[in-house]
Design a protein around this ligand. Structure first.
Ligand code: SER
Length: 315
Protein backbone atom coordinates (compact mmCIF):
# COMPACT_ATOMS: atom_id res chain seq x y z
CA UNK A 1 0.00 0.00 0.00
CA UNK A 2 1.21 3.51 -0.79
CA UNK A 3 2.45 5.41 2.26
CA UNK A 4 0.26 8.40 3.19
CA UNK A 5 1.55 10.32 6.16
CA UNK A 6 -0.35 12.74 8.37
CA UNK A 7 1.82 15.15 10.38
CA UNK A 8 -0.06 16.94 13.16
CA UNK A 9 1.58 20.16 14.28
CA UNK A 10 3.28 20.04 10.89
CA UNK A 11 3.89 23.79 10.82
CA UNK A 12 5.73 23.84 14.16
CA UNK A 13 9.43 23.76 15.04
CA UNK A 14 9.90 20.02 14.41
CA UNK A 15 7.12 19.56 11.87
CA UNK A 16 8.38 22.18 9.47
CA UNK A 17 11.67 20.26 9.16
CA UNK A 18 10.24 16.75 9.42
CA UNK A 19 7.76 17.33 6.57
CA UNK A 20 10.40 18.09 3.89
CA UNK A 21 12.49 15.16 5.14
CA UNK A 22 9.51 12.81 4.80
CA UNK A 23 8.70 14.23 1.36
CA UNK A 24 12.27 13.63 0.29
CA UNK A 25 12.13 10.04 1.50
CA UNK A 26 8.61 9.07 0.46
CA UNK A 27 7.67 11.49 -2.32
CA UNK A 28 6.05 14.91 -2.61
CA UNK A 29 2.44 13.77 -2.42
CA UNK A 30 2.87 11.42 0.49
CA UNK A 31 2.48 14.02 3.27
CA UNK A 32 -0.52 15.92 4.66
CA UNK A 33 -0.22 18.50 7.41
CA UNK A 34 -2.83 19.05 10.08
CA UNK A 35 -2.22 22.18 12.13
CA UNK A 36 -4.35 24.79 13.85
CA UNK A 37 -1.95 27.54 12.76
CA UNK A 38 -2.77 29.47 9.59
CA UNK A 39 -0.70 28.03 6.77
CA UNK A 40 1.39 30.74 5.12
CA UNK A 41 4.25 28.56 3.97
CA UNK A 42 3.40 24.96 3.10
CA UNK A 43 2.57 24.32 -0.55
CA UNK A 44 1.32 20.73 -0.15
CA UNK A 45 -1.88 19.33 1.34
CA UNK A 46 -2.89 21.06 4.56
CA UNK A 47 -5.88 20.64 6.84
CA UNK A 48 -6.59 23.43 9.30
CA UNK A 49 -7.71 22.06 12.62
CA UNK A 50 -7.18 20.98 16.17
CA UNK A 51 -6.11 17.52 17.36
CA UNK A 52 -8.80 17.61 20.05
CA UNK A 53 -11.35 17.38 17.21
CA UNK A 54 -11.67 13.61 16.89
CA UNK A 55 -14.11 13.76 13.98
CA UNK A 56 -11.77 15.96 11.97
CA UNK A 57 -8.90 13.53 12.51
CA UNK A 58 -11.03 10.56 11.54
CA UNK A 59 -12.40 12.35 8.46
CA UNK A 60 -8.85 13.33 7.42
CA UNK A 61 -7.57 9.77 7.89
CA UNK A 62 -10.42 8.40 5.75
CA UNK A 63 -10.34 11.10 3.08
CA UNK A 64 -6.61 10.84 2.41
CA UNK A 65 -6.26 7.11 3.14
CA UNK A 66 -3.63 7.79 5.79
CA UNK A 67 -1.31 4.92 6.71
CA UNK A 68 1.00 6.65 9.25
CA UNK A 69 0.70 9.55 11.68
CA UNK A 70 3.52 11.64 13.11
CA UNK A 71 1.68 13.27 15.98
CA UNK A 72 3.68 16.35 16.92
CA UNK A 73 0.96 18.81 18.02
CA UNK A 74 1.62 19.65 21.66
CA UNK A 75 1.93 22.43 24.24
CA UNK A 76 5.45 22.69 25.71
CA UNK A 77 6.56 23.19 29.31
CA UNK A 78 6.17 26.94 29.77
CA UNK A 79 2.91 27.35 27.84
CA UNK A 80 1.65 24.29 29.66
CA UNK A 81 2.20 25.95 33.05
CA UNK A 82 0.28 29.00 31.81
CA UNK A 83 -2.72 26.87 30.90
CA UNK A 84 -2.63 23.37 32.46
CA UNK A 85 -6.17 22.54 31.36
CA UNK A 86 -5.38 23.27 27.73
CA UNK A 87 -2.11 21.32 28.02
CA UNK A 88 -4.01 18.29 29.29
CA UNK A 89 -6.61 18.48 26.55
CA UNK A 90 -4.20 19.04 23.63
CA UNK A 91 -1.47 16.68 24.85
CA UNK A 92 -3.64 13.87 26.21
CA UNK A 93 -7.03 14.09 24.47
CA UNK A 94 -5.19 14.83 21.23
CA UNK A 95 -2.98 11.77 21.65
CA UNK A 96 -5.93 9.57 22.59
CA UNK A 97 -7.77 10.68 19.44
CA UNK A 98 -4.76 9.73 17.33
CA UNK A 99 -4.32 6.36 19.06
CA UNK A 100 -8.03 5.58 18.67
CA UNK A 101 -7.83 6.33 14.94
CA UNK A 102 -4.70 4.20 14.76
CA UNK A 103 -6.53 1.33 16.45
CA UNK A 104 -9.55 1.55 14.17
CA UNK A 105 -7.71 2.13 10.88
CA UNK A 106 -4.56 0.13 11.66
CA UNK A 107 -2.12 3.03 11.43
CA UNK A 108 1.49 3.28 12.50
CA UNK A 109 2.19 6.21 14.84
CA UNK A 110 5.15 8.32 15.94
CA UNK A 111 4.68 10.47 19.02
CA UNK A 112 7.44 12.40 20.76
CA UNK A 113 7.86 12.31 24.49
CA UNK A 114 10.38 14.52 26.26
CA UNK A 115 13.08 14.82 28.91
CA UNK A 116 10.26 16.55 30.81
CA UNK A 117 9.06 13.11 32.00
CA UNK A 118 11.88 13.25 34.55
CA UNK A 119 11.74 15.16 37.82
CA UNK A 120 13.65 16.08 40.97
CA UNK A 121 13.65 12.46 42.19
CA UNK A 122 15.23 11.12 38.97
CA UNK A 123 19.00 10.55 38.89
CA UNK A 124 20.20 13.65 37.03
CA UNK A 125 23.40 12.38 35.40
CA UNK A 126 23.25 9.79 32.64
CA UNK A 127 19.57 9.36 33.46
CA UNK A 128 18.66 5.69 32.81
CA UNK A 129 16.04 4.48 30.36
CA UNK A 130 13.95 3.01 33.17
CA UNK A 131 13.90 5.24 36.20
CA UNK A 132 11.69 7.31 38.50
CA UNK A 133 9.22 9.48 36.56
CA UNK A 134 7.82 12.17 38.86
CA UNK A 135 7.70 15.35 36.76
CA UNK A 136 6.79 18.68 38.30
CA UNK A 137 5.23 20.32 35.21
CA UNK A 138 1.86 19.55 33.64
CA UNK A 139 3.78 19.10 30.39
CA UNK A 140 5.83 16.34 32.01
CA UNK A 141 2.69 14.82 33.53
CA UNK A 142 1.08 14.65 30.09
CA UNK A 143 4.22 13.10 28.62
CA UNK A 144 4.43 10.37 31.30
CA UNK A 145 0.71 9.66 30.89
CA UNK A 146 1.12 9.70 27.11
CA UNK A 147 3.98 7.21 27.25
CA UNK A 148 1.86 4.82 29.30
CA UNK A 149 -1.10 5.31 26.98
CA UNK A 150 1.08 4.46 23.97
CA UNK A 151 2.33 1.32 25.68
CA UNK A 152 -1.24 0.39 26.60
CA UNK A 153 -2.44 0.74 22.98
CA UNK A 154 0.49 -1.36 21.82
CA UNK A 155 -0.09 -4.14 24.37
CA UNK A 156 -3.86 -4.23 24.22
CA UNK A 157 -4.59 -3.38 20.58
CA UNK A 158 -1.23 -4.00 18.85
CA UNK A 159 -1.06 -0.39 17.69
CA UNK A 160 2.46 0.09 16.33
CA UNK A 161 3.26 3.34 18.14
CA UNK A 162 6.87 4.40 18.58
CA UNK A 163 8.37 7.22 20.58
CA UNK A 164 11.55 8.99 21.61
CA UNK A 165 12.11 11.45 24.45
CA UNK A 166 13.27 14.59 22.68
CA UNK A 167 15.83 16.71 24.55
CA UNK A 168 15.90 20.49 23.95
CA UNK A 169 15.84 20.88 20.17
CA UNK A 170 18.01 23.56 18.60
CA UNK A 171 16.93 24.87 15.19
CA UNK A 172 16.78 28.07 13.17
CA UNK A 173 14.14 27.74 10.42
CA UNK A 174 11.12 28.00 12.70
CA UNK A 175 11.11 29.39 16.20
CA UNK A 176 9.97 27.14 19.05
CA UNK A 177 7.13 28.26 21.28
CA UNK A 178 7.04 28.17 25.03
CA UNK A 179 9.80 25.76 25.99
CA UNK A 180 12.35 25.84 28.81
CA UNK A 181 15.18 24.88 26.47
CA UNK A 182 14.41 27.77 24.07
CA UNK A 183 17.32 29.85 25.43
CA UNK A 184 19.62 27.67 23.34
CA UNK A 185 17.98 29.18 20.24
CA UNK A 186 17.38 32.76 21.49
CA UNK A 187 21.07 33.10 22.30
CA UNK A 188 22.04 32.83 18.60
CA UNK A 189 19.54 35.48 17.45
CA UNK A 190 20.83 37.90 20.10
CA UNK A 191 24.49 37.08 19.54
CA UNK A 192 24.12 37.91 15.85
CA UNK A 193 22.04 41.07 16.27
CA UNK A 194 22.98 43.04 19.41
CA UNK A 195 25.80 40.86 20.77
CA UNK A 196 24.07 40.93 24.17
CA UNK A 197 21.91 38.22 25.67
CA UNK A 198 20.05 38.02 28.97
CA UNK A 199 19.56 34.34 29.68
CA UNK A 200 16.60 33.13 31.75
CA UNK A 201 18.69 30.25 33.15
CA UNK A 202 21.78 30.36 35.36
CA UNK A 203 25.07 29.94 33.60
CA UNK A 204 25.72 26.47 35.01
CA UNK A 205 22.35 24.87 34.29
CA UNK A 206 23.13 21.73 32.30
CA UNK A 207 20.46 20.30 30.00
CA UNK A 208 20.44 17.66 27.25
CA UNK A 209 20.24 19.28 23.80
CA UNK A 210 20.12 18.15 20.18
CA UNK A 211 20.43 19.78 16.78
CA UNK A 212 17.22 19.54 14.75
CA UNK A 213 18.76 17.32 12.04
CA UNK A 214 19.53 14.67 14.65
CA UNK A 215 15.99 14.90 16.07
CA UNK A 216 14.61 14.37 12.55
CA UNK A 217 17.05 11.50 12.00
CA UNK A 218 15.93 9.81 15.25
CA UNK A 219 12.28 10.23 14.26
CA UNK A 220 12.72 8.76 10.79
CA UNK A 221 15.10 6.02 11.97
CA UNK A 222 12.83 4.69 14.71
CA UNK A 223 9.87 4.63 12.32
CA UNK A 224 11.94 2.75 9.75
CA UNK A 225 13.10 -0.25 11.78
CA UNK A 226 11.46 -3.63 12.01
CA UNK A 227 8.80 -3.67 14.76
CA UNK A 228 10.55 -6.60 16.45
CA UNK A 229 13.54 -4.37 17.20
CA UNK A 230 11.45 -1.98 19.28
CA UNK A 231 11.69 -3.26 22.84
CA UNK A 232 10.53 -0.04 24.52
CA UNK A 233 6.92 0.92 23.85
CA UNK A 234 6.78 3.80 26.30
CA UNK A 235 9.52 6.04 24.87
CA UNK A 236 13.26 5.79 24.20
CA UNK A 237 15.90 7.98 25.80
CA UNK A 238 17.97 9.61 23.05
CA UNK A 239 20.94 11.85 23.61
CA UNK A 240 23.28 14.02 21.63
CA UNK A 241 25.15 16.51 23.85
CA UNK A 242 24.60 18.35 27.11
CA UNK A 243 25.38 21.98 27.59
CA UNK A 244 25.00 24.92 29.95
CA UNK A 245 24.36 28.54 28.88
CA UNK A 246 28.00 29.27 29.67
CA UNK A 247 29.29 26.38 27.51
CA UNK A 248 27.08 27.46 24.63
CA UNK A 249 28.17 31.10 24.91
CA UNK A 250 31.81 29.99 24.92
CA UNK A 251 31.26 27.82 21.84
CA UNK A 252 29.67 30.80 20.06
CA UNK A 253 32.57 33.11 21.02
CA UNK A 254 35.01 30.51 19.67
CA UNK A 255 33.48 31.13 16.24
CA UNK A 256 34.59 34.79 16.54
CA UNK A 257 31.16 36.10 17.52
CA UNK A 258 31.46 38.56 20.43
CA UNK A 259 28.74 37.88 22.98
CA UNK A 260 28.02 39.39 26.38
CA UNK A 261 25.67 37.33 28.50
CA UNK A 262 23.79 38.27 31.66
CA UNK A 263 21.35 36.13 33.63
CA UNK A 264 17.87 36.91 34.96
CA UNK A 265 16.16 33.70 35.99
CA UNK A 266 12.42 33.09 36.14
CA UNK A 267 10.05 30.11 36.52
CA UNK A 268 11.97 28.33 33.76
CA UNK A 269 14.94 27.93 36.11
CA UNK A 270 12.97 25.66 38.44
CA UNK A 271 11.70 23.63 35.49
CA UNK A 272 15.25 23.25 34.15
CA UNK A 273 16.50 22.28 37.63
CA UNK A 274 14.05 19.38 37.68
CA UNK A 275 15.30 17.95 34.37
CA UNK A 276 18.40 15.78 33.85
CA UNK A 277 21.89 17.03 33.06
CA UNK A 278 22.58 14.15 30.70
CA UNK A 279 20.85 11.06 29.32
CA UNK A 280 21.80 7.39 28.98
CA UNK A 281 20.60 6.32 25.52
CA UNK A 282 22.26 2.90 25.26
CA UNK A 283 18.93 1.11 24.72
CA UNK A 284 18.15 3.18 21.59
CA UNK A 285 21.70 2.59 20.35
CA UNK A 286 21.32 -1.13 20.87
CA UNK A 287 17.78 -1.61 19.53
CA UNK A 288 17.73 0.58 16.42
CA UNK A 289 21.32 1.79 16.07
CA UNK A 290 20.62 5.36 17.16
CA UNK A 291 23.63 7.59 16.57
CA UNK A 292 23.69 11.41 16.59
CA UNK A 293 25.82 13.34 14.12
CA UNK A 294 25.95 16.88 15.56
CA UNK A 295 28.07 17.76 18.58
CA UNK A 296 27.98 21.20 20.19
CA UNK A 297 30.61 22.67 17.83
CA UNK A 298 28.87 21.47 14.68
CA UNK A 299 25.52 22.66 16.06
CA UNK A 300 26.91 26.13 16.77
CA UNK A 301 28.33 26.41 13.25
CA UNK A 302 25.02 25.37 11.67
CA UNK A 303 23.06 27.74 13.89
CA UNK A 304 25.31 30.71 13.20
CA UNK A 305 25.06 30.24 9.46
CA UNK A 306 21.30 29.51 9.55
CA UNK A 307 20.37 32.45 11.77
CA UNK A 308 22.61 34.78 9.73
CA UNK A 309 20.71 33.72 6.61
CA UNK A 310 17.34 34.30 8.31
CA UNK A 311 18.37 37.70 9.62
CA UNK A 312 19.63 38.88 6.23
CA UNK A 313 16.35 37.71 4.57
CA UNK A 314 14.45 39.88 7.04
CA UNK A 315 16.45 43.03 6.27
N1 SER B 1 11.85 21.63 24.68
C1 SER B 1 10.86 21.23 25.64
C2 SER B 1 10.60 22.31 26.59
O1 SER B 1 11.52 23.04 26.90
C3 SER B 1 11.32 20.00 26.38
O2 SER B 1 10.86 18.86 25.71
O3 SER B 1 9.52 22.45 27.06
Amino acid sequence: MKKKILVTGGLGQVGSELVPALEKKYGKNSVIILDKKENLVYKGLYVKGDVVNKKLIEDTVKKYKITEIYHLASLLSVTGEQNPELAWSVNIEGLRNILECARIYNLKVFWPSSIAVFGMTTPQDETPQKTILEPTTIYGVTKVSGELLCQYYFKKYKVDVRSVRYPGIISWKTLPGGGTTDYAIDIFWHALSTGNYTCFLNKNTALPMMYIDDAIKATIDIMGVDAKKITIRTSYNISSFSCTPELLATAIRKQNIPLKMKHATDIRQSIADSWPNSIDDRQAKKDWKWKPVFDIKKTVKEMLSGVTKMQSNKN
